[in-house]
Design a binder for this molecule. Structure first.
Ligand code: GUN
Length: 281
């Protein structure tokens, strides 16, 4: 058996096309969605992500601003920039690329972004809203996974869902979105005993570990949906958390690159569009 590939690149192109149409409608009302992206330092992976976010803004017809601050910038300088952007009417969404240099508190930076402009949905109030199920912004990576599941008519309702990873950005919100859709969710992490056994029970397995080829075929139930959130670099090559041989066992899988990655950025565009709508009111 060979798994069906879940094409995040194709779905992204479709959704970005829909967003562009909506941008044109908004422009007729005098508003162009605007996103500011802040990068502190020179982390090469972050530089790639930021470049891809700028490209996505162009595809969606958005106004965008990019700020690249030196790694030695102080927290006060960064907070000052965020405050300016909070007040700037052309900017509807603010994204500060993580990770930040060690001397800057990510919590303080996230807390400084105006709630209505928090298109990452990282602010504790937005995180709390996700927990309750009453949210304006969905966290981008988990939202991208949910759109992929919907596109391929995979319904988590009643299914065994296993998420490997418990980060604030992916693992925790991913588990919550699957739960909202009535999945039976287990969160696994580095201290989980009998990990392979638990993973083998999953109808939907989401790998967000950050370790190349961590999920092997022995950890996958035949026919399962395997979602790979990994973005690891090995010898300069991008590879996921799931070993390629898993495609022989799984029913559906997301490739890396071209699976979850483009969807994450597309969901950021969706959130920016939503932010522009919210700020028109
Ligand atoms: N670094 C890795 N992923 C993300 C993300 O989704 N948002 C931000 N701001 N930084 C990241």
């Amino acid at each position: 058996m060979s798994a069906i590939l879940m094409d995040g690149k194709a779905l992204s192109a479709k959704v970005r096309g829909q967003i562009l149409e909506e941008t044109h409608r908004l422009e007729e009302q005098g508003v162009r969605p605007g996103l500011a992206v802040i990068l502190v330092g020179e982390d090469p992976a972050s530089q790639v992500y930021v470049r891809n976010k700028e490209k996505a803004c162009a595809e969606c017809g958005f106004y965008s601003e990019k700020y690249v601050l030196p790694a030695e910038s102080t927290q006060e300088e960064l907070l000052g920039l965020i405050e300016e952007l909070n007040q700037n009417p052309r900017i509807h969404g603010i994204l500060c690329q993580l990770p930040l240099p060690k001397h800057i508190s990510e919590e303080a930076v996230i807390a400084a972004i105006r709630l209505e402009k928090d298109v990452d949905a990282f602010h504790s109030s937005n995180v709390g809203k996700i927990m309750i199920g009453d949210f304006d912004f969905l966290p981008c990576t988990p939202a991208g996974v949910m759109e992929l599941l919907d596109e391929y008519q995979i319904d988590p309702n009643g299914k065994r869902c296993v998420v490997i990873g418990r980060s604030n950005i992916v693992g925790k919100p991913m588990s919550m979105l699957l739960l909202h859709r009535h999945g039976t969710v287990t969160i696994c992490h580095s201290r989980t005993e009998n990990l392979a056994e638990i993973c083998r029970e999953a109808d939907i397995l989401v790998a967000a570990v950050g370790r190349a080829h961590f999920v092997t075929p022995a950890m996958v139930k035949p026919g399962a949906v395997v979602i790979d959130v990994g973005m690891n670099r090995e010898n300069g090559k991008l590879c996921g958390d799931v070993a390629p041989e898993v495609a022989e066992v799984a029913g559906y899988f997301t490739p890396v690159p071209g699976g979850v990655g483009p969807m994450t950025i597309t969901m950021l565009m969706k959130n920016t569009l939503k932010a522009a709508h919210l700020q028109m009111k």
